[in-house]
Design a protein around this ligand. Structure first.
Ligand code: ATP
Ligand code: MG
Length: 384
């Protein structure tokens, strides 16, 4: 940063720290990635930097932006350098046309007043640059768009508003709330990839479940995927998280999709291009629903194993949270006690017994495993 300050002064380049890092610094929250706006050529600046410091450089010439990354105490830190730019939207929800411009133009293209604060990179302390009264909104805890067409120009800002409202516990300023409602139908015009960019971020934040409640309240979920997020799901999701700390995204998505019919859930999961394990999990979820009646009576260990072994543990755990205590208990018993048990009999054993390999192997092995697990249960009644 010191090098950057000297270099910028030498080259007479005005550089500003902008956006989320200024907001978070003012709120005394941990600062994530740093965004730097340059009134000039950000790529040339980043290239000059990496000739002095051997850091990783990625450039994006059409947008005049560059990312410099380096390792700091083992963690990858990155700095985005952005050539100050003006954007215009050829049509609603489309990607903008970009022209290089001054800081004021760059700030005017941003989403919310709290995200268009800037600090000049200079040797002496400077005041926060605040052309849209973001400081007052920051103090009052308000999310406010800069102009009336903001959500129509870029409907992904609706998802960003949710993310900041949930994370910072801020409210929508009343006229922004109205504009957001008017912007909802434009979500349909936005490409699923752009929507998922923001949705995926939202579902990965610690405040994801709160964001889903707000999304329900604001009508965003209904518009986006035709479903709801009832309050009860918040509680279920929170209870699941301690046992599945790395699965927040899958938990949120599965519980959300559980509100839809099987076909609609599959269609939404495919539309957003979710990873294969989540797509499979959504498919398994609805298959599991057909076993609910059986699981509501006490099953023998062998039968339980036979019924549940086709399903992934993650789906079983999340699905169980939506079921009766008896179903939950049986699934927990299966996952903890039965699933880890290796089958004693293998295909090789059957071959050794002179049985010709064929379709009946499956039946024989399944029956043997069922007997083995029933015996295990009889010998370990305390585990049931
Ligand atoms: P986070 O802490 O989640 O990274 P952030 O405010 O830094 O929040 P980013 O997605 O990293 O958000 O974007 C950096 C900045 O770029 C934002 O602060 C905002 O000023 C601007 N920005 C990002 N996306 C949009 C958008 N869709 N429309 C307008 N401005 C945007
Ligand atoms: Mg950021």
């Amino acid at each position: 940063m010191t090098w950057l300050m000297h270099y910028a002064a030498e080259q007479r380049l005005a550089c500003y720290v902008v956006g989320g890092c200024v907001r978070d610094w003012l709120l005394a929250r941990p600062v994530g990635d740093i965004d730097l706006v340059v009134e000039g050529d950000a790529i040339a600046l980043a290239e000059a930097w990496t000739t002095v410091w051997p850091d990783q450089l990625h450039t994006h010439p059409p947008f005049g932006t560059a990312t410099v990354s380096w390792l700091d105490a083992g963690a990858l830190v990155s700095l985005d350098l952005i050539s100050a730019r003006r954007e215009s939207y050829p049509q609603p929800a489309a990607l903008p046309i970009v022209q290089f411009a001054r800081l004021a133009d760059d700030l005017a293209r941003r989403d919310f007043t709290i995200n268009c604060l800037a600090l000049q990179l200079a040797n002496q302390p400077t005041n926060v640059i605040d052309p849209h009264n973001g400081l007052v909104d920051l103090q009052r805890g308000l999310i406010r768009v800069l102009h009336k067409r903001s959500f129509i120009d870029d409907p992904t800002r609706i998802l960003r508003a949710l993310r900041f409202a949930a994370r910072l516990e801020f409210r929508l300023e009343p006229s922004t709330a109205e504009l957001l409602q008017q912007g909802l139908p434009w979500l349909d015009q936005t490409t699923p990839a752009r929507l998922w960019n923001e949705l995926g971020l939202l579902l990965s934040e610690p405040s994801a479940f709160k964001a889903l409640s707000l999304a329900d309240e604001w009508g965003v979920l209904q518009q986006l995927c035709g479903c709801a997020w009832p309050q009860a799901l918040n509680h279920q999701a929170q209870c699941l998280l301690p046992n599945l700390p790395n699965e927040q995204l899958a938990i949120s998505w599965l519980l959300l999709m559980s509100q839809l019919s099987p076909n609609a859930a599959q269609a939404q999961t495919k539309r957003f291009g979710l990873p294969k394990p989540i797509r499979q999990a959504v498919g398994q979820w609805h298959a599991l629903a057909t076993t609910a009646a059986m699981l509501n009576t006490t099953l023998s260990a062998g039968k339980l194993d036979r019924l549940l072994s086709p399903f992934e543990p993650l789906v079983l755990q999340v699905w169980a949270s939506t079921q009766t205590p008896l179903v939950q208990q049986q699934i927990a018993y299966y996952l903890q006690a039965l699933r880890p048990i290796a089958s004693q009999l293998s295909g090789r054993d059957l071959q050794a017994q002179g049985i010709k390999p064929g379709p009946e192997y499956k039946t024989l092995l399944a029956a043997a495993r069922e007997r083995q697990l029933d015996q295990f249960a009889a010998e370990n009644p305390n585990l049931c």
